[in-house]
Design a protein around this ligand. Structure first.
Ligand code: AVI
Length: 330
């Protein structure tokens, strides 16, 4: 769960090098024109809790759509990844609490598929949690959690065995990268795989623009707090003095490009201190906070092909708002 990821993110940021990286990224982003912050820093313990609340709020549809796919299409997804029945490694990038993948893991175990589950997470807490809990909830599972950066761990997984690999990257996390970065990310995953390996990727699709915008502009104001929390996190961890009440959350969705973007807009001319640095804001100046890109199916297929994957299967929720696609490494 993102919840766990982020509780974790905070614990792990307490190491000096990670705190310095956080500080450097914040200062670089706030000194840039236009100003930006990296949404990967949303997930401290508070951000984690807020994301959990978001996933339960009425307007935020992606989590429920993907859960529906994993719970209703379990057999079809598993058949596609089992293929001819050879032993394989099921690798999950950013596994969190493995709620969605547990549907697949249970089906694979019940059907005596020969596989090892390798969750990869930047958080050692997540990995310890999965190593301990999954053998209890899913008896018989072979699990080897890998704690570290995605691509370092993929390299390690690839060199540890020559079994076929099925990589999962769920939750439309791919949408939190600008399109060119998302394409590079998919190409990098492909570079770590061999022909015949697979990527199972969860992607949020273009839909009625009002539905998308509402998901990032919920009535309860959770998304707003989720964004403002990053300013508060900078105060807590980097000695900042942001006054969150002097910033307004401004979400946008462009149905033409599929880019859903969040900004924080300064309500006044103001100076903010972060560590020893002073950052000046003009009234109405904005900080770009996050992109949550939405795709057409044609765009997902184009992304697959650019990264040298062949799109094999597409599994949709009943509203066709979200897709979990299987791409074959050629
Ligand atoms: C984690 N990620 C896919 C979420 C999204 O939909 O972009 C993060 C989020 N931001 C605002 N609401 C949810």
């Amino acid at each position: 769960m993102k919840n766990m990821d982020t509780t974790i993110a905070q614990a792990e940021l307490s190491s000096p090098s990670k705190t310095n990286q956080f500080f450097d990224d914040v200062i670089n982003g706030l000194n840039a024109t236009p100003k930006y912050l990296n949404s990967k820093y949303f997930y401290d313990a508070n951000g984690d809790k807020l994301f959990q609340d978001l996933m339960n709020c009425e307007e935020y549809y992606p989590t429920n759509c993907e859960l529906e796919i994993f719970s209703e299409k379990t057999a079809d997804i598993c058949k596609a990844i089992i293929g001819n029945g050879d032993a394989f490694e099921l690798i999950e990038l950013g596994a969190g609490d493995a709620t969605k993948s547990s549907y697949l893991l249970k089906y694979l175990l019940d059907n005596e598929a020969s596989f090892t589950y390798l969750p990869i997470d930047i958080s050692s807490n997540v990995i310890s949690y999965l190593n301990i809990t999954l053998p209890v909830t899913l008896p018989g599972i072979q699990i080897k959690g890998l704690n570290g950066e995605y691509f370092d761990m993929l390299t390690r997984a690839a060199s540890a065995s020559n079994k076929r690999k099925v990589v999962m990257f769920l939750g439309s996390n791919i949408g939190n990268m600008p399109v060119h970065e998302a394409e590079q990310f998919c190409a990098e995953v492909r570079n770590h795989l061999s022909a015949g390996d697979m990527l199972l990727i969860g992607i949020d699709l273009k839909k009625n623009p009002k539905t998308v915008l509402a998901a990032y502009n919920d009535k309860e104001g959770i998304t707003k707090r989720f964004n403002l929390n990053l300013l508060e996190r900078i105060n807590r961890e980097l000695g900042g003095n942001f006054d969150a009440s002097q910033f307004e959350h401004y979400p946008t969705y462009d149905p033409e490009t599929g880019a859903c973007k969040s900004y924080l807009v300064s309500l006044a001319d103001q100076d903010v201190k972060v560590g020893g640095e002073t950052i000046s804001f003009k009234k109405d100046e904005y900080i770009f906070m996050e992109i949550s890109q939405k795709f057409t199916i044609a765009q997902t297929e184009q992304m697959a092909k650019k990264a040298k994957f062949k799109p094999l299967n597409q599994f949709y929720d009943s509203k066709k708002w979200f897709v979990d696609a299987i791409w074959l490494a050629e």
